[in-house]
Design a protein around this ligand. Structure first.
Ligand SMILES: *Cc1c(COP(=O)(O)O)cnc(C)c1O
Length: 382
């Protein structure tokens, strides 16, 4: 059971706060470790999903690498014990300073998203008399069937290099002396729950393998990115990691000497976290009752940003069934966690748990309205 017991100690913590069940995280990491060891895949945890230092330390202790999207994330990862040689750096807008710092740190690879970016990396590497390892993030034109804000692999997306541009990229690379092409990279979106989407990615990837081979290019890294979804309706359910590995094993045609890399974020960290909040007021609306809680969109922005659904539980009450709109205190109508959901009779002072909030929760918290950032609490400490 992930839901925490309301102990004396629990009551004393100021709400709202993130509660992380480390047993759930460890079990998830155990599965990932077993699967990646068995298949020889390389895992880079996507730091942007949750950069809490204690979580990063635990994940790095499993020997995984890190996938970062800013220099600050790279620095946080190194601080938490990830080795620079196992860090990859993604993003469409890497700044010169970030590239310089990453070159200095000796990261494993830059996942590049455009020709102009490759030219800048080549130039900055030449100043350091280095050769930068790069992978091409290729846009495979696959519809991820997820929310449009987290769909990244379709043609009008700002992400990735279009396949019609690959000839130009290869030509450009032949003119550059300080970058070394070592891989192809994909990331087609997040919260992908249809396994058929990953199968389409594998088939597209095999086509691209042929494209590179026919030009005499060998790429040792085949990076499938992240995107594996979790079940927000069933917060106690683990993500289908085994099924995902089985599918990749079955459908990717590897060339000898190649390694599959992956960058899971949400599937690693999503289900182990809950946002814990207290009910401030129950307010009557004309058609509904509002449960106004002390957590808001500043603590967990996913419902406001992507109409995301998180299961909500009342930890203090089990009597009766009523319907509530669960809303936060922030001055925005989108500061709503759920509409017309069933909860037991809910009163001022009750604890609510907003489940499956470990990924893109604490990491996206802001101080809008000058609110405090939420704190974090770990099951091992209670
Ligand atoms: C966000 C991101 C990930 C992680 O995605 P999840 O859906 O959290 O698994 C992996 N790779 C890249 C390049 C990303 O931008």
């Amino acid at each position: 059971m992930i839901t925490p017991k309301i102990t004396e100690k629990f009551r004393e913590i100021q709400t709202p706060f993130y509660y992380y069940d480390l047993d759930v995280l460890r079990s998830t990491l155990d599965i990932l470790k077993k699967e990646s060891d068995n298949s020889g895949y390389k895992v880079h945890y996507a730091v942007k999903a949750n950069h809490n230092p204690r979580i990063l330390k635990l994940i790095s202790s499993y020997g995984f690498g890190a996938d970062c999207v800013s220099w600050n994330e790279i620095a946080a990862a190194i601080n938490a014990g990830f080795r620079p040689e196992e860090i990859v750096f993604a993003g469409v807008g890497k700044t010169d300073r970030e590239i310089e710092s990453a070159l200095n740190a000796g990261i494993f690879c830059f996942n590049c998203e455009s020709i102009p970016e490759i030219e800048v990396i080549d130039y900055l590497a030449s100043l350091q008399k280095k050769s930068a390892r790069i992978a091409l993030r290729i846009n495979p034109y696959i519809e991820a069937h997820t929310h449009k804000y987290i769909t990244t692999g379709i043609e009008e997306s700002k992400f990735g290099i279009n396949t019609w541009e690959l000839d130009n990229v290869i030509k450009k690379l032949s003119e550059l002396n300080n970058v070394e092409l070592i891989g192809m990279h994909f990331h087609i979106g997040s919260q992908i729950t249809r396994m058929s989407v990953f199968k389409s990615l594998c088939l597209k990837l095999n086509e691209l393998q042929n494209w590179f081979s026919s030009r005499g290019l060998f790429l040792e890294v085949v990076n499938v990115g992240g995107g594996l979804g979790i079940d927000y309706e069933n917060p106690d359910k683990y993500p289908p990691i085994e099924e995902y590995f089985t599918l990749l094993n079955e459908f990717i045609d590897l060339i000898p000497g190649q390694t599959i890399h992956m960058e899971p974020g949400r599937s690693v960290i999503g289900q182990c976290g809950s946002l814990i909040s207290r009910v401030l007021y129950i307010k009557n609306g004309s058609n509904t009752q509002f449960a106004i809680i002390d957590a808001g969109m500043t603590d967990l922005i996913r419902p406001a940003l992507y109409q995301a659904h998180h299961k909500i539980e009342n930890l203090s009450s089990i009597e009766g069934i009523y319907r509530y709109d669960v809303v936060g205190p922030v001055c925005e109508s989108s500061d709503t966690f759920a509409k017309f959901i069933e909860l037991p009779e809910t009163k001022r002072g009750d604890f609510l748990a907003i489940r499956s909030a470990g990924a893109y929760g604490e990491a996206m918290a802001s101080r809008y309205n000058l609110r405090e950032l939420p704190s974090s609490v770990f099951s091992d400490d209670l």
